[in-house]
Design a protein around this ligand. Sequence first.
Ligand SMILES: [Zn+2]
Ligand SMILES: [Zn+2]
Length: 374
Amino acid sequence: MSSKRPPLLWFNIFIFASSLLLAVVITPWYAFNYGMGWAHLIWFVVAFSFTNLSITAGYHRLWSHKTYQAHAVLKGIFAIGGAFSLQNSALHWSSDHREHHKHVDHDNKDPYSASRGFWYSHMGWMLRNYNQQTYSDYQNCRDLKKDKVVQWQHKYYAVLALLCNFGFPILLGIIYDDIVGMFLVVGAVRLFLSHHTTFFINSLAHIWGKQTFTDKNSARDNGILAFLTFGEGYHNFHHLFENDYRNGIYWWQYDPTKWLIKACSWVGLTEKLRVTPPLKIEKARATMMLKKAHDQLNAINAAPALARKLEQDFDSLMESMQDYYNSKMRLLQSKKQQVLKSHELEVLMIHHQQLKHQFHNQQQIWLSQIKRFA
Ligand SMILES: [Zn+2]
Ligand SMILES: [Zn+2]
């Protein structure tokens, strides 16, 4: 049985084992004996944010999914941060990730399929040579092969990774007169935490949390994971609407990657940010609520009249939702094109307010029904 398993990837095992040992055993010992200061903590936060955001905003939302376009300078920064985070080149990472979305939860075709358990999807898939055949020519990333920054990073990945992981900590060590301490904190601890928080998206974000928008795959929305991963924890939304530059779409959801991409658009570093029409999002959310409520009703063998009532409320909600979003779009277009006279626009706005009111009322009714059933 074991002879059939692909060969172990000793280099990966060495990186994961040594960063674990350095972060969990050697660093606390060093800090206890030699002490560490604010500079260590501040530079840890800077390096952790830089590497993780390079993965989330760069590798993930820019290169894997093309949810927006970025200036070459920003791409260069992400390419360096990606090499610093030691998660392979952007080309390789994106190739894996596109397969993950295309074949999500498939035992063999999804490179880090959650269907094979927590350990496999977290890091087991990187310890053996499981996916060699998919890397031959990066067929699923032909667009990225034309991206000069991606090609440059892929070609010099090893040099960049070595320079960043040794160069930055050593430079800080020289400045603050503590080469070993900075190497441990900004090098090892940062790498260890950056790795595992990113890996949580492949493992925990497919196990733990809510299926808010779809249950066709195992992806979950989880606020705690979003906090640890710069917004990537809203993974259920992401798997359904992968072309959206946001993962957390509501104002109260923590998604610093989205904020960074948006802020960069104000200074010309990003453009063409793609968003899903709100009608599509809200329809998916309400449909999922209906499905869950139906499951609950079936489980308790409720009277069919209850299910019918729920469906009627759902249909009314869909109708008022459609009217509201259509009117919103009409209003926005009219304002943009400036074709209406002021009194015509006023009429349109009053009508829009009525539809908004109607939609919100219907939403309240729907939510109170759902609370009873679900
Ligand atoms: Zn993705
Ligand atoms: Zn996923």
